[in-house]
Design a protein around this ligand. Structure first.
Ligand SMILES: NC(=O)c1ccc[n+]([C@@H]2O[C@H](COP(=O)([O-])OP(=O)(O)OC[C@H]3O[C@@H](n4cnc5c(N)ncnc54)[C@H](OP(=O)(O)O)[C@@H]3O)[C@@H](O)[C@H]2O)c1
Length: 487
């Protein structure tokens, strides 16, 4: 179930997409019994009454006795749930449970600093109080903190205890969705951006539209992006729209991963279809795979993993995605291509360019890295400055210069852009980079990183599902998102 966190009463109408409304009574000014009664009775959705104290992230100002009395009144006025913190003490909790009437009592534990080592004991102690719902929310400092919380959910499921558990923070964001697949009861969302009541909280719109939270259940298969950071990626918007259109019970999540080995080991036990892989894991991930496709081996980087009969197989769709984007605008045979950058994305495109018989020169900020790559692919190399000396037909940026939030930068100065050349920038956020804007002024044929992203995504979708992805819909969803986004 999706609960909208209401911190201002005027926002209640914005909670239409939610199943439950969490009334944060601690935020509400001049709250009295008349107001509380009317709020609960007039709410069109089931209500969670929460009156959070300061040390659990809330704003309640009065005495502890007053705080509990408000919760008791919420029960009297028919709140469907009342949330009391584990730190309120056994006496207050037992008293509330004893007086619960038809209300389900949530006993909650929040830790805004960390996921403590004794979290299992805390959960077991809450269970002993026999609440209607256990709630555990901790801050994740690593992807592995989520696994401690997922283990609590799995154990509670076995014991037939109802639990809501997930992690806060950037490392915990995905747990707000994945926990539901594992059997957690409620996930919380804000009514809009900047109305979050906790770190990592998504909006109702993101939950419903981008992650299809209402369609997620214990049979939902998992696929997602492994990277660090992952915030800038739009892949979830494309893939989740495609799953929806084709009625596939799967969800694409964004996993911010610091400990790759531990992540892969834990996720192998879940119902996974596959992964996309991005910076900085494309090379390291190869160590943990059961097989690697020939092209990915040649590139020495994997950006797609498919789970086949329990085995993890690595692919590289960056290469065919980039080549397809280029071939739509230009021939490649015998063309001079200047590739800026010498990282994973450069490896993928250079492999494809050489396969298509282009002459490649690699230019990089760190020249030694350009040399290493040039030795591997047997082509020319130099520094970014050397662009001035090179006669190229195609200029390809594979560096992250110009990527959000550094949208004012560019890997080379505008005077290095040759009139009429083909200019391809792999950076996809922003949609039109500074390099592309300058290239357009010089009558160049420009190709945006989004083209490569979409072609790569289509290939990934086919690899994961065996089905053709709905290209037009995926394009349209990203465009709609970009129109509404602040960046
Ligand atoms: N459109 C798509 O579908 C798609 C797919 C894959 C990647 N990409 C994009 O391609 C870019 C690179 O990805 P990657 O996987 O190759 O990353 P990577 O392996 O980390 O390589 C980064 C490259 O960028 C260079 N670089 C970083 N900051 C720079 C700056 N300020 N000025 C000049 N050069 C700079 C690095 O140079 P040094 O060696 O000197 O550090 C290195 O060559 C990212 O923006 C990524 O989002 C797009």
């Amino acid at each position: 179930m999706l609960a909208a966190v209401i911190t201002e009463l005027k926002d209640i109408p914005k909670a239409k997409g939610a199943d439950l409304i969490e009334l944060r009574l601690d935020y509400i000014k001049s709250l009295n019994n008349t107001k509380l009664k009317s709020l609960i009775e007039n709410c069109k959705k089931p209500v969670i009454a929460t009156n959070r104290k300061k040390d659990e992230g809330g704003f309640f100002n009065g005495s502890e006795a007053k705080r509990i009395e408000i919760l008791k009144n919420a029960i009297k006025f028919g709140a469907d749930y009342a949330d009391i913190e584990y730190s309120s003490g056994k006496k207050s909790i037992r008293d509330l449970i004893y007086n619960k009437r038809k209300t389900k009592i949530i006993v909650s534990y929040h830790n805004f600093k960390e996921t403590p080592a004794n979290i299992k004991n805390i959960c077991d102690n809450i269970k002993k109080l026999n609440p209607g719902l256990i709630k555990i929310v901790t801050n994740a400092h690593s992807v592995t903190d989520n696994f401690k919380i997922f283990d609590l959910i799995r154990k509670a499921n076995k014991e037939k205890k109802k639990i809501t558990a997930f992690c806060m923070g950037d490392y915990g964001k995905f747990s707000r969705i994945l926990s539901i697949i594992l059997g957690s009861q409620v996930t919380y969302a804000s009514v809009s951006e900047r109305k979050e009541s906790a770190s990592g909280q998504l909006t109702i719109n993101e939950m419903v539209e981008h992650y299809r939270i209402k369609k997620i259940n214990k049979n939902t298969k998992i696929v997602g992006l492994i990277g660090n950071p992952v915030e800038h990626s739009w892949s979830h918007i494309m893939h989740n729209a495609a799953f929806d259109k084709l009625n596939i019970n799967a969800v694409y999540l964004k996993f911010q991963v610091d400990k790759l080995k531990e992540f892969i080991e834990y996720m192998e036990n879940l119902d996974i279809i596959g992964f996309s892989v991005t910076i900085p894991h494309k090379v390291e991930v190869m160590k943990y795979l059961d097989g690697i496709d020939k092209q990915a081996k040649g590139i020495s980087a994997v950006n797609t993993i498919v789970v086949k009969n329990g085995k993890l197989i690595g692919y590289n769709t960056d290469c065919p995605g980039a080549i397809k984007s280029l071939k739509r605008r230009t021939e490649l045979k015998n063309k001079n291509a200047a590739v800026l950058g010498a990282g994973g994305a450069a490896r993928a495109i250079i492999y494809g360019l050489i396969e298509n018989k282009s002459n490649v020169t690699i230019l990089n900020r760190t020249v030694e890295k350009a040399k290493l790559l040039a030795d591997y692919f047997k082509c020319d190399y130099g520094s970014l400055d050397d662009i001035k000396k090179i006669d190229y037909d195609i200029l390809i940026n594979t560096t992250s210069a110009g990527m959000h939030p550094h949208i004012g930068s560019s890997p080379v100065t505008p005077d290095c852009i040759k009139n009429g050349a083909v200019v391809f920038d792999m950076v996809f956020n922003p949609f039109r980079t500074k390099l592309l804007v300058e290239a357009e002024k010089r009558n160049c044929k420009i190709i945006a990183g989004f083209e490569m992203l979409i072609h790569g995504a289509l290939l990934q979708f086919k690899l994961w599902t065996g089905k053709e992805a709905p290209e037009q819909l995926m394009r349209q969803k990203v465009m709609e998102f970009l129109k509404n986004a602040s960046h």
